[in-house]
Design a protein. Structure first.
Length: 752
């Protein structure tokens, strides 16, 4: 799901083997430098933004790095300008200065990262046990110790046990066949790469003045704790993974992880982990026993191989993708939705591409690097859209109408609004909104409290999501019986039985159609990360603090204890307790040697210019999340529209407006090779020349002729995202699948 919306944080996944890790907002009070590097929290973290202001009272210096003088820049101590999509160059220049000026925390780097790991000069791949001895593992890597020579890198703990790995130099290793190869630590390779990223050279790529880069690097190098605020901006850029890898590197070189008030962060999720045990509890006893036995056997096998609890949870999630229990939304839209058509011209837009991306996709599917369920050729027939609005959120949605809609026999939307997708559905099932049902919400570690909500009113025919799916399941069960249908084949080709469908769903009648309250209670009861919390008390009080990240794939990555009365700092399990990271090297991994990374020249983070997605036009249509709504909810609300221009509006710089004779409030035509749309212009001195900002989530029907702005965003498929087959470079829940992007889109603007 995260990858299809552009919250996939691929660079974080490549480096940490996971994307969910975030601090509590009060942890900023321990920071002396806070970087707003990629997001706009004054718009997108409205309830939490006060923590940033308060951190400044505690002495923190806030630096906002952004192309535009955003609302967040206004509340920062300083603003570092950068060209859109070029932060990898900026990050690498910061790394260059940190190294050249002696700010590197060498002990941290040696233990927590793969920077000491040896890479072969001849192949560009890690030196592996499989190179050195017959039958050796290809997951065992090596380092060089001046006293001990070439030795294996510990895998079960980050503790180096007295090893002092060399970060620099060139060494010889003897292969299984007796021949010798030269090898260098990743850090040595990085230093050689960084010759191209001095502040002066990087400045030519990212537009940030060299003196500003040097000052920022020194500020980071001298600080006790540097934190970054949450953002999902870079996974919406085609080369965003390179940017995130460079950001993570800056924090690693300066030792800024696992101590209070420090760290690059991934995606903020904090869920109670009761769902999976609740679901298992619904099955009848023999099936439950079988599932738990199989689970225990697999767990024991992985534990024996040195996997931590987190690594086991990750591995089981990957198996889900490989076996078709889960499917990648992004892959589904590219293949079954026809979005790939918009990537056909990618070779014209991305000069680094060596072959058509479709060819890479075929290779990836054939080699089992990535998966799509159902398999290509096996067309989907029914689509149910719940808590989602694909004809609004998917970039280049007209292709879905062209390719996917004709294949579908039935389209259902479950929502409390008439959305762009609802308008193209056969059925719209009215869902109960927040005050019309009893529920609890999922949250983020920034404010780590579960909230309870109780039904206080009802609206016409609207029903809770639980009731809708409870009734739907029962109806399917009955129809199957009436038609004498006993079995069906699922998306992965497995045969499944209709028998007892509703019995299982309702746990033999224990949870009826309107038992939302009871379901909530059961979910809380099954959670391990809400210790001492009871549903009845929670409802009266309204909130309770999570007692830990829990065991679910969507939160375990936070990897820290939640201590009462203390702020939450992620990743201490790795940094303090020395638990391995869920990556191939078991460390923060900056070197990637999978085939596609070698092909694309991305083994280490490098800068690549953003592609000219949509054609070679002068303006870059970047975006951002709107201050005035959460996505499309309230985007068309009269009251909220009265706070803005009353209709979709695009922010445009003063010089770009002048050059085209555009005045504030004018309606203009925006176009590229894909399509065009019409929108009002707001002349915005805060926007840099060459950039346009269209804050997201306008419904298509709010534009002239119902043509929304997503129609000319091609979201080209980045071939490197099709990689797989290596320990952590495999599809997993919410990450490591191809993603959808929008911020590189090129357009031109003309007066109507
Ligand atoms: N161009 C561009 N595209 C983007 C983005 C961008 O920045 N630029 N941002 C991306 C990102 S990060 C995201 S998260 C997505 C968001 O995209 P979506 O999640 O698809 O957002 P919405 O369009 O608001 O659709 C969500 C729908 O769920 C409904 N809903 C809310 N709560 C409930 C509920 O409890 N039950 C039911 N049944 N329905 C409910 C709402 O009414 C709403 O209509 O958009 C992505 N698309
Ligand atoms: N009010 C409100 N809050 C929300 C949401 C909402 O819809 N409305 N949506 C929520 C969701 S699902 C998400 S994913 C988050 C997103 O939260 P954020 O990641 O904070 O949001 P964006 O608005 O995408 O961030 C865009 C900002 O990043 C900066 N930026 C853009 N390009 C670049 C670049 O190349 N380099 C640098 N350094 N900076 C750049 C610009 O200042 C731009 O304003 O917001 C969440 N919060
Ligand atoms: Mo998002």
């Amino acid at each position: 799901m995260n990858t299809e919306i552009g919250d996939g944080h691929r660079g974080a996944a490549e480096t940490f083997g996971k994307i969910v890790f975030e601090r509590s907002a009060d942890d900023y009070f321990h920071s002396d430098v806070i970087l707003i590097w990629g997001g706009n929290p004054i718009y997108t973290q409205i309830p939490n933004a006060h923590f940033l202001t308060e951190a400044r009272y505690k002495g923190a210096q806030i630096v906002c790095i952004a192309p535009d003088y955003s609302a967040s820049s206004m509340h920062a101590d300083s603003w570092v300008p950068v060209e859109p999509g070029t932060d990898a160059a900026l990050g690498l220049a910061l790394a260059q200065v940190l190294i050249e000026e002696g700010f590197v925390d060498r002990a941290f780097v040696a233990e927590q990262t793969d920077l000491p790991a040896l890479v072969r000069d001849d192949t560009g791949r890690f030196l592996r046990a499989s190179d050195l001895k017959n039958g050796g593992s290809d997951e065992d890597l090596y380092v060089h110790d001046p006293k001990k020579g070439v030795v294996s890198l510990p895998k079960r703990s980050l503790d180096l046990g007295g090893l002092e790995p060399s970060l620099e130099g060139s060494f010889q290793a003897t292969l299984a066949d007796g021949s010798s190869v030269s090898v260098r630590p990743v850090f040595q390779r990085l230093r050689e790469l960084l010759v191209d990223y001095t502040p002066e050279k990087a400045s030519a790529l990212c537009g940030t003045p060299p003196s500003v880069i040097r000052d920022l690097a020194r500020l980071i190098g001298r600080a006790k704790a540097v934190a970054m605020t949450t953002t999902s901006n870079f996974s919406k850029y085609y080369h965003g993974n390179l940017i995130e890898r460079a950001q993570a590197l800056v924090f690693a070189l300066s030792g800024n992880y696992g101590k209070k008030g420090s760290g690059f962060v991934g995606f903020p999720f904090l869920n109670n982990d009761g769902l999976e045990p609740f679901m298992i509890s619904m099955f009848d006893l023999p099936l439950r026993a079988m599932i738990s036995t199989l689970g225990l056997v697999e767990e024991a096998r992985l534990k024996l191989a040195g996997y931590t609890e987190e690594m086991i949870v990750c591995e089981r999630s990957r198996q889900g993708y490989e076996q078709g229990r889960s499917t990648s939304g992004a892959m589904f839209w590219y293949i079954h939705g026809g979005l790939l058509e918009a990537s056909e011209k990618l070779q014209e837009w991305d000069p680094h591409l060596k072959r058509p991306v479709r060819e890479v996709l075929d290779e990836s599917l054939e080699k089992g690097w990535q998966y799509v369920w159902p398999k290509p050729g096996n067309d989907p027939r029914v689509m149910i859209s719940v808590v989602s609005n694909p004809l609004r959120r998917i970039r280049c949605y007209p292709l879905l109408l062209k390719h996917l809609w004709p294949k579908l026999r039935t389209i259902v939307t479950v929502d409390w609004r008439m959305t762009s997708t609802a308008l193209w559905s056969d059925y719209v099932l009215p869902a109960a909104a927040w005050y019309e049902r009893t529920e609890h919400k999922w949250v983020t570690p920034l404010v780590p409290f579960i909230h309870a909500g109780e039904k206080v009113t009802s609206f016409k025919e609207a029903k809770s999501d639980w009731e809708i799916f409870s009734r739907l399941t029962q109806a399917v069960d009955r129809r199957a019986a009436a038609r004498g249908a006993e079995k069906f084949t699922d998306r992965a080709g497995r045969e499944r039985s209709f028998k007892g469908l509703y019995d299982t769903f309702s746990s033999k009648g224990e949870f009826g159609h309107t038992d939302d309250d009871k379901v909530c209670g059961a979910l809380i009861e099954h959670s391990t990360n809400l210790e001492g919390v009871e549903w009845e008390t929670l409802k009266k009080r309204g909130w309770a603090r999570h007692s830990g990240p829990g065991k679910s794939i969507s939160s375990i990555g936070i990897a820290t204890e939640f201590k009462p009365g203390e702020t939450i700092t992620p990743l201490t399990k790795h940094v303090v307790d020395k638990d391995p990271y869920p990556t191939l090297s078991r460390r923060m991994q900056f070197y990637l040697d999978q085939d596609l990374y070698l092909e694309m020249g991305e083994t280490l983070p490098v800068h690549k210019d953003p592609p000219t997605a949509g054609g070679n036009y002068p303006l870059m249509l970047t975006g951002g999340h709107t201050r005035w709504s959460i996505h499309a909810a309230w985007r068309d609300d009269k009251l909220m529209l009265q706070q803005q221009r009353g209709e979709p509006v695009m922010w445009m710089s003063v010089p770009d407006c002048q050059a085209r004779g555009v005045k504030d409030g004018d309606r203009v035509r925006v176009f590229n090779d894909l399509d065009a749309f019409v929108v009002m212009v707001k002349v915005a001195p805060a926007v840099r020349a060459g950039q346009l900002i269209l804050y997201h989530a306008w419904e298509n029907f709010q534009f002239a002729k119902g043509k929304g702005f997503q129609n000319l965003i091609p979201s080209p498929l980045n071939p490197v995202e099709l990689s797989g087959g290596q320990f952590h470079l495999r599809p997993m829940t919410i990450c490591m699948q191809p993603s959808h992007t929008d911020r590189d889109t090129r357009v031109e603007v003309e007066q109507l």
